[in-house]
Design a protein around this ligand. Structure first.
Ligand SMILES: Cc1cc2nc3c(=O)[nH]c(=O)nc-3n(C[C@H](O)[C@H](O)[C@H](O)COP(=O)(O)O)c2cc1C
Length: 389
């Protein structure tokens, strides 16, 4: 049995009502999504070595993004120094803009009114694992999450200021490329998460300590990007954030504590100028017991957000799952279902039965589905997980 901590009151079971999947949704900035289903970020590791969009990227996204309310393009590094892995999207230089614009045109070709967002990331200390970057800075050198064979310098206020500027410049590039919004990647152990998580952040200055202080980096970042949007965007432009539901590296009991921290984080973020909070979970409809009653994690998270819409993501496979998630959350997203069913959203919207057939992983199938080579290798290694077998 689990208990929620006493310092927040949960209006358990809050429902948003009987929303139909096809209903449009207006974000706070005024941008209207044509339906409630988004394509969640998926790093396909198929960009050119300099971070430019490749032909493989164009083919993959063109096939998959027409039916969705919005697509959030995978994490794009805001500065070369923050590049945690190779093959990812770059938005760190002006030379990236042309390829990104071309990708947006492909997605919107034929009058598709799916909105296109891009996720902005900075790897922080995770970049020390990228052999071509090997950056040497961290939020806090006391963390045991760091590579013990590597020397790190703790970020100074001056270095933090320069990172904010990297994000701002990346956001301006996103506006110039023609995106409809950006999403701050604050999940998956990247820099904003390194500030947020007590297992990364042991700082004793204004950026470390209680949750409010650990949130300072994210709060300042949101405010700076919001000012930039007000200054540079000429049409409604969304600012969202992605959060991990729990720290998946923790033991079960610890995971529950980290979920409680996420609930409080969602509550704290409510005062910020954000258009949405996008949750990252492996199974968003999983139920937990609170005071003898069962609630899905998605419904508890939604309860904590009064003013900012939440996007529920993780383990939603069919129309029924999506309809269930929409009972407590105004928006949903999915990632893996799109790999083998490029028209998954269209199917879900009309209620077609979803079948993930067992298929032979042949080169012809890869080409038919326009799956980039690096993603294909990963699919081959974990076939059951990707094909829901
Ligand atoms: C190959 C792959 C790459 C991913 N890349 C990203 C990413 O760049 N940014 C991110 O926030 N999530 C990323 N995710 C997580 C997904 O967006 C999503 O949260 C997760 O797959 C759970 O949703 P699903 O059950 O619908 O697949 C990735 C997932 C996969 C399978």
């Amino acid at each position: 049995m689990f208990f929620l901590c006493h310092f927040f009151v949960v209006d358990k079971g809050k429902e948003v009502g009987n929303v139909t999947l096809n209903e449009s949704f207006e974000l706070g900035c005024g941008l209207v999504l044509k339906n409630r289903v988004l394509f969640a970020p998926i790093s396909t590791l198929s960009c050119l070595p300099g971070g430019e969009i490749s032909e493989q990227d164009l083919a993959f996204y063109e096939k998959r993004s027409k039916g969705v309310g919005a697509i959030v393009l995978a994490s794009a590094y805001v500065t070369q120094k923050g590049k945690a892995y190779e093959g990812g999207i770059g938005i760190s230089h002006n030379r990236h803009i042309a390829g990104l614009s071309k990708l947006i045109s492909k997605i919107k070709k034929g009058g598709s009114d799916s909105k296109v967002f891009i996720q902005l990331y900075h790897g922080g200390a995770m970049t020390s694992y990228n052999s071509t970057i090997r950056s040497s800075f961290c939020v806090s050198s006391e963390s045991n999450q760091l590579d013990s064979t590597h020397q790190y310098q703790e970020l100074t206020e001056q270095m933090i200021e320069s990172i904010y500027q990297d994000y701002e410049e990346a956001l301006i590039r996103a506006i110039r490329a023609g995106f409809d919004g950006v999403e701050i990647h604050a999940a998956s152990n990247y820099l904003p998460y390194q500030f947020l998580s007590p297992s990364w952040n042991y700082r004793t200055d204004a950026y470390g300590g209680c949750l409010k202080k650990r949130l300072k980096f994210i709060e300042e970042l949101v405010l700076r990007l919001n000012s930039c949007i007000n200054e540079y965007a000429t049409s409604p432009f969304a600012l969202g954030i992605r959060l991990s539901e729990t720290d998946s590296s923790l033991e079960e009991q610890e995971k529950w504590k980290s979920f409680q921290t996420t609930l409080l984080t969602v509550q704290e973020l409510n005062s910020l100028p954000l258009d949405y909070i996008h949750m990252a979970s492996s199974d968003s409809l999983e139920e937990v017991e609170v005071d003898g009653q069962k609630y899905s994690k998605a419904s508890l998270l939604n309860t904590m957000s009064d003013s900012i819409p939440l996007i529920t993501c993780g383990g939603l496979l069919c129309h029924e799952d999506v309809a269930k998630a929409l009972k407590t959350s105004p928006l949903v997203s999915a990632c893996r279902p799109f790999i083998f069913l490029p028209d998954w959203a269209e199917k879900v919207l009309v209620g077609t039965e979803i079948v993930f057939e067992e298929r032979q992983l042949t080169g012809a199938l890869r080409q038919e589905l326009a799956i980039p080579r690096a993603l294909w290798s990963s699919v081959k290694e974990s076939k059951e997980w990707y094909m829901y077998q």
